[in-house]
Design a protein around this ligand. Structure first.
Ligand SMILES: CC(C)(COP(=O)(O)OP(=O)(O)OC[C@H]1O[C@@H](n2cnc3c(N)ncnc32)[C@H](O)[C@@H]1OP(=O)(O)O)[C@@H](O)C(=O)NCCC(=O)NCCS
Length: 216
């Protein structure tokens, strides 16, 4: 069994814990040491009976535990990954046994694939991508690093998501569409045209309502 720490103790952190429990039910794999949060963050002492700390080093360094970053916001996830990577932490790829992965599906380090997700074939998922429950990802699709795909979203074939994209719950993206870096697709949107970077797009069909440099 390898030691692992979940970075982030909120709702997604608890969901990632369930992924680890499900993996361990198939075969003992992970020894969960606890949860870590950023220094200065107010946090409970325990979550699901496991300790929470703002000092990751309390979990030891000989060897360093593996870390899964369980934070939904792409920019925060990237910041933490860069910092912890420089300290030598390793980020495993976690796949819920109830997810379906076809042939030639390549997953990056730190990627988390949740229950009921279906990735068919010839798909590239980059580092630290979060694919939530019941997401479908079609053939020849590429998902950039630190992107978050919310529950029930559907990506058709040949879709390209750049880095740090956020796809809202239940959104759909038709085939051969690209979404630019750091863009946000609203819950329930139907994306039928390419979305440029740093855009927030909502609706059916999805329209850009603002760019992220604009005030919200
Ligand atoms: C798209 C989104 C990011 C916009 O957030 P925001 O920038 O704070 O926008 P606002 O809430 O101020 O809404 C701006 C306008 O867009 C509309 N809007 C917001 N989200 C929308 C959506 N998903 N679909 C359609 N219209 C939407 C609002 O009704 C509002 O319209 P109005 O100006 O006519 O009143 C957000 O609403 C959203 O859908 N996020 C996805 C959440 C999600 O799926 N989370 C999953 C967690 S696991």
């Amino acid at each position: 069994m390898r030691n692992i720490v979940i970075y982030g103790c909120g709702g997604f952190g608890r969901e990632v814990l369930q992924v680890i429990h499900a993996i361990n039910a198939e075969g003992p794999t992970w020894n969960v040491l606890g949860f870590a949060v950023d220094p200065g963050i107010v946090h409970p002492e325990t979550v699901h009976g496991l300790p929470v700390t703002s000092d990751l080093s309390t979990f030891g360094d000989d060897p360093l535990p593996d870390v899964v970053i369980a934070i939904g916001a792409p920019a925060a996830r990237k910041r933490i990954a860069l910092r912890l990577g420089e300290l030598g932490y390793i980020f495993p790829t976690l796949v819920h046994p109830g997810a379906s992965l076809g042939r030639k599906v390549v997953l990056g380090k730190g990627a988390v694939i949740m229950a009921g997700a279906s990735l068919t074939t010839d798909i590239e998922v980059a580092d630290h991508v979060q694919i939530n429950p019941c997401v479908t990802v079609g053939h020849d699709t590429s998902v950039g690093s630190f992107t978050t795909i919310s529950p029930g979203a559907n990506l058709s074939g040949n879709v390209t998501l750049a880095e740090e994209v956020e796809i809202g719950t239940g959104a759909s993206i038709i085939q051969r569409i690209s979404v630019g870096r750091a863009s946000v697709i609203g819950a329930g949107a139907a994306v039928v045209r390419a979305i440029p970077e740093n855009s927030v797009a909502v609706g059916v069909p999805a329209k850009v309502i603002r760019t992220k440099s604009d005030p919200a």
